[in-house]
Write a protein that binds this ligand. Sequence first.
Ligand SMILES: NC(=O)c1ccc[n+]([C@@H]2O[C@H](COP(=O)([O-])OP(=O)(O)OC[C@H]3O[C@@H](n4cnc5c(N)ncnc54)[C@H](OP(=O)(O)O)[C@@H]3O)[C@@H](O)[C@H]2O)c1
Length: 303
Amino acid sequence: MRNLNTKDGLSLSELSLGCMNLPTDDKAEAEKIIEAALSAGITYFDTADLYQFGENEQMVGEILSKYRSQYNFTIGTKVGNQFDAAKQEKIAWNPGASYIKEAVKDSLHRLGIDQIDLYQLHGGTIEDDKDETIQAFEDLKQDGVIRSYGISSIRMNVIDYYRKHSSMATLMMQFNPIDNRPLEVMETLGDIRPLARGPVMKGLMSHKSSKVLEEKFESGILDYSKDELKESIDALARLNSDLTALSYAFLRKNNAVIVNGVSSLEQLNDNLKSYGKTEDLTEQEYSRILKAVKTLKYGEHRI
Ligand SMILES: NC(=O)c1ccc[n+]([C@@H]2O[C@H](COP(=O)([O-])OP(=O)(O)OC[C@H]3O[C@@H](n4cnc5c(N)ncnc54)[C@H](OP(=O)(O)O)[C@@H]3O)[C@@H](O)[C@H]2O)c1
């Protein structure tokens, strides 16, 4: 497994585990997935306080703690969505410093750790008091409560602000050959490490592509109708019949950490197999991928 560094010295496995869709109602299966991920060399685990209103952090923390003496790994979580765990509902978007400094304690407690490796702002708008948020992250870093911070955002204007005014180490976005909107952002990132969520586009970029197209993309997505999606997927499959390996190679070309979510051990094993077949693309191979898909741009939140 390759590893990619961040400017704050985190080492993240190129293929990482997105924990959002782990089965919280079947902790034995979730543990099998996490254990298989660790033994395959996956060292980065992505969660968020909001996932299942704290339950995901709790479960991931509990499982990982059993393996701490055996493996080195890094945990990323997220903040900004204030929620009521008892009522299982989101209350408000809250990027305020006092909220973040309280919420981090809850995340640490649920994860059972005393320092968060990567703390990410879970969204954000241009109207937020961004300097206050940045200062809160800087304070937490200074105090050793977190090792580094990043944002998860698909808003160009927000990304641009944090890129210029903060020392964020990572930027998470949905990114794969079909949803290639982040491409224009890549050029501006410098030493900020991209974290690609949605690398298999909910299974569309997998060997279950046809089934997933019917079940999850009946009305198309982004600028694609369902028929256009099928056309692009067919064109990609002509380049590489392993669509997951193709997506991973595309993301590797963009120096991204691939944060793949799974809901079963079978999916993880399929993804690991594809990772084993992931190639370093030549410029020509890369441009063939780009020709097979639409070039998308972020439409809103640009200025
Ligand atoms: N705003 C944010 O910060 C944000 C938002 C979303 C996600 N995330 C993070 O990013 C991670 C990944 O994002 P994601 O879960 O949306 O995207 P993803 O990794 O592309 O999709 C995960 C889903 O795709 C399906 N899948 C995965 N591997 C498959 C395979 N080999 N064959 C068929 N289907 C497969 C599964 O769907 P089924 O479960 O339906 O089978 C799985 O739950 C999440 O786990 C989370 O940690 C962050």
